[in-house]
Design a binder for this molecule. Structure first.
Ligand code: SF4
Length: 364
């Protein structure tokens, strides 16, 4: 049954085109802070832009070579017409790159509509007031595109659906170690959530949770993987397995929103959404470093992981800065970890062979 998640993820473009033909508008989201509940409440499908490891996309990118692999890959996919079904893009600022990539796409009129989500890095009264207004502005503009006005009631229903998805994810992460779910399969459970209608994903998650296999012993040492790029993560999981380790849990920051706490749906739902996103969704610089480090350590403890791999992309300052701060905590806690920095190109992970092997051996 778990294979269905990978199949859904692999067929994400066909599925989006099918929905588009049936009249659903598709809004692409770049990183974790675009409020997907708003897009859903406006009657459209929020779909995360994710990398696709294929050298033909690197060749199609018009971005400068020293930009991160993530942005070059996405631009290559755009150049190849992969996202021909997208009606609009919503970018939340995480770094200078993704902020200015939006400017380029807007200037080139790559998508019919483009929105910048200006999420404050604080969550005090002023920040929540500001972000509530920002969400109302976005809701109005999204409603103009879809023809469906975002009402309080509609937004509450959307929040409830995404909250259910968060809750199911938490249950899955608690159960996956017990059920010894292969790490690669687990990647697609969350990856498909980024690109599948939430109702469909919730239904599939419920079926999965009710049919998880009984426990099989995991191979030692057990690892946690912190990463951003899905194809790179799959390669790294295979590499760790090659040297005898098992990845038992993970954290993919830009979609850790699914593991974040539920959003209160009482009172003004726009304000609830604003409070529910600010400082609660892991994103470098917009989220407490202390909480992020504690969250990683707690996830390792829950899963029984004795080591952690923190994978960043070459030329990605945002996650490099985050690591520089987290590293101090990890060292203080004597948390065994390996930081890897690699380009998101085919074969890049293979070059890390020796480092992964020696890290795994150091944990035995
Ligand atoms: S956070 Fe890093 S990987 Fe993501 S767009 Fe910015 S530089 Fe690229």
């Amino acid at each position: 049954m778990i294979a269905q998640f990978k199949a859904l993820f692999d067929a994400r473009h066909e599925k989006a085109r099918e929905l588009k033909q049936q009249g659903t508008k598709i809004i692409a989201c770049f990183y974790a802070l675009p409020p997907k509940e708003l897009v859903h409440a406006a009657g459209m499908l929020p779909l995360q832009l994710v990398e696709d490891r294929d050298s033909k996309y690197e060749a199609r990118s018009e971005f400068l070579p020293y930009l991160c692999g993530m942005s070059k890959n996405l631009d290559g996919q755009i150049g190849a017409g992969v996202f021909d079904y997208v009606d609009g893009i919503m970018v939340s600022t995480v770094c200078d790159t993704n902020r200015h990539v939006l400017d380029i796409w807007a200037q080139q009129k790559t998508f019919p509509h483009a929105w910048l989500v200006r999420a404050p890095a604080k969550n005090d009264e002023g920040a929540v007031n500001y972000f509530t207004k920002e969400l109302k502005r976005l809701a109005h503009e999204l409603g103009t595109v879809s023809g469906t006005r975002v009402t309080d009631e509609g937004l509450r229903k959307s929040i409830a659906l995404f909250n259910q998805n968060r809750s199911l994810f938490r249950q899955f992460y608690q159960a996956r170690v017990r059920a010894s779910i292969p790490a690669e399969d687990a990647v697609y459970v969350f990856a498909s959530a980024l690109t599948t209608p939430v109702e469909e994903h919730n239904a599939l998650m419920k079926t999965l949770l009710s049919s998880l296999p009984s426990a099989r012993p995991s191979v030692e040492p057990k690892l946690m993987l912190c990463a951003l790029n899905i194809p790179m993560s799959v390669d790294l999981i295979r590499l760790a397995q090659k040297y005898g380790a098992t990845v038992v849990t993970d954290d993919f920051t830009h979609n850790a929103r699914y593991g974040s706490t539920e959003i209160e749906a009482d009172g003004d739902p726009f304000r609830a959404l604003a409070s529910g996103y600010l400082r609660t969704v892991p994103a470098p610089g917009l989220y407490s470093f202390e909480d992020r480090a504690l969250g990683i350590r707690a996830a390792m403890e829950r899963a029984g992981a004795t080591g952690m791999i923190y994978l960043t992309q070459l030329y990605c300052d945002a996650y490099a800065f985050e690591y520089a701060v987290l590293k101090e905590r990890f060292e203080r806690w004597k948390l065994p970890h390996l930081r890897l920095d690699a380009e998101a190109t085919p074969g890049s992970i293979e070059q890390l062979n020796v480092r992964v092997q020696s890290f795994v051996e150091s944990l035995l």
